[in-house]
Design a protein around this ligand. Structure first.
Ligand SMILES: CC(C)(COP(=O)(O)OP(=O)(O)OC[C@H]1O[C@@H](n2cnc3c(N)ncnc32)[C@H](O)[C@@H]1OP(=O)(O)O)[C@@H](O)C(=O)NCCC(=O)NCCS
Length: 177
């Protein structure tokens, strides 16, 4: 397998982010709250706004995009708390370390942004994502919330669990998320 690299996108790269985001939503609709159908209708302005709001990291193998993750802090009220979300790896490359590379870059970026921990809300039914996040160092918490998955039938009872990764520059993890 040729080398995987991870790149931080700028606002002008919004269409690269849009393309991989739509691929992720189409390929794994049950893993994300949003649906491809709703985001396909977004205009350029909206994508640019999303680029400004959160960090977007792209995994590439040569010229081919093979994964994505986002890091933001806009949604979290606790100071120093960031959120990791929108993690996706091309199915052909799962189990090959791409997800780990994405999270290493995301954690490094979060440290650079002076965040103290990352919160990751993940579907309780998403065993693979929970297992991966645990093996990376995210710790499960008692926090749960309903997960309203758009465009997927039989998802009424879906739930997310909050996992937390301390970033090594704080005394501990938040008492509230
Ligand atoms: C979540 C995701 C990024 C993880 O990347 P990955 O390359 O599949 O992860 P890895 O294979 O490195 O790690 C998965 C771990 O779960 C284990 N696993 C695999 N399938 C599993 C399952 N059904 N249940 C529990 N654990 C599972 C693997 O053995 C591995 O554990 P290990 O590291 O101890 O060997 C990827 O699977 C993905 O893109 N999924 C679809 C989108 C998604 O669910 N995103 C997360 C929601 S935001």
């Amino acid at each position: 397998m040729s080398e995987i690299s991870v790149r931080l996108l700028e606002e002008e790269n919004w269409s690269e982010y849009r393309d991989v985001r739509l691929r992720a939503l189409k390929e794994s609709p049950e893993a994300f709250v949003a649906s491809a159908e709703e985001e396909e209708g977004y205009e350029e302005d909206r994508w640019r706004g999303r680029m400004r709001r959160s960090r977007r990291l792209l995994a590439e193998q040569g010229d081919t995009v093979v994964g994505v993750v986002s890091v933001g802090s806009h949604n979290v009220e606790t100071p120093g708390s960031g959120e990791l979300f929108g993690l996706w790896v091309d199915p052909a490359l799962r189990g090959s370390g791409v997800a780990r590379k994405l999270l290493e870059a995301a954690a490094a970026q979060a440290r650079q942004d002076e965040l103290k921990h990352l919160v990751y809300w993940v579907g309780t039914d998403n065993g693979r994502a929970v297992a991966f996040a645990s093996s990376f160092g995210f710790r499960p918490t008692d926090n749960r919330r309903p997960m309203e998955i758009h465009g997927v039938d039989d998802a009424e009872d879906a739930e997310e669990l909050a996992m937390v990764l301390p970033l090594g520059n704080s005394a501990g993890v938040p008492t509230s998320l």
